[in-house]
Design a protein around this ligand. Structure first.
Ligand SMILES: [Zn+2]
Length: 242
């Protein structure tokens, strides 16, 4: 992208064109809403709460690191309208990056039952790991992919593995193309928050909460700090490179 000459009148940068940490506007989007809470964990805790806790920590880490313009986006109401509220919030706030935070489950047909806290509950221990999604329909696809890879690399360096099941037939309509076989970045073109946002956009499934062991890990501050630190390190690296 062309840079203005030294004497030219300063123009506002195109979104995602460059990165000055204090001005770079990251919107940390908490996936789902209190009413439409997403997946239910193996111990019957709603995904929204996991997303909110991790999103809050990621926002704090990014601000501590110098990304002062980072904001946490919490949306209410029903599922579908909430997606467009997120896109509007990011676009109206002239975001440079939308980072949507989620926790993973499995298709219903893979669920098994167990008793937790005296109640019949659902789980699947078959899959685990984080995953990252980007949309080719996003106008900053290349930047989104670069960012997703940087986050994936940091997560991998922490010893975490990615969820490899999205390429399998068993995933049915959730099946995705794997764009980075080393770092766990998938293509998810149709997702509203990724495709309609005018900034770069990445969705992070931080881990599986339907997997009984991984749910416990995702509940631990240690794992939350590890993931938030990895995201902050990736963003710092991104800004240095720009
Ligand atoms: Zn979700």
């Amino acid at each position: 992208m062309a840079k203005p000459g030294p004497k030219s009148k300063p123009k506002p940068p195109a979104p995602s064109a460059r990165c000055e940490m204090p001005k770079f506007r990251i919107v940390v989007d908490v996936g789902h809403t209190p009413d439409s809470y997403g997946a239910l964990s193996a111990r019957n805790d709603p995904e929204f709460g996991f997303n909110f806790r991790l999103g809050t920590l990621i926002t704090a880490k990014l601000r501590d690191q110098g990304f002062a313009a980072t904001r946490l986006l919490v949306t209410d109401g029903k599922a579908r309208p909430s997606l467009f509220k997120r896109v509007s919030a990011a676009n109206d706030g002239r975001a440079d990056l939308l980072l949507s935070i989620h926790h993973d489950s499995v298709p219903d047909k893979l669920l098994e039952t167990w008793e937790f806290d005296g109640a019949m509950s659902y789980f699947s221990d078959r899959f685990s790991g984080y995953s990252l999604f980007v949309s080719e329909r996003n106008s900053h696809f290349a930047t989104s992919l670069l960012l997703a890879r940087m986050i994936g690399r940091q997560l991998k360096e922490q010893g975490l593995h990615y969820a490899s099941q999205y390429t399998l037939p068993v995933m049915g309509r959730y099946r995705r193309q794997l764009l980075d076989k080393d770092l766990g970045v998938y293509r998810y073109d149709g997702l509203v928050v990724l495709s309609r946002t005018r900034s770069a956009a990445v969705l992070l499934e931080a881990g599986s909460i339907i997997n009984r062991d991984e749910e416990m890990a995702m509940n631990s501050l240690e794992r939350q700090e590890m993931i938030a630190g990895a995201v902050a390190a990736a963003m710092g690296e991104f800004c240095v490179r720009r």
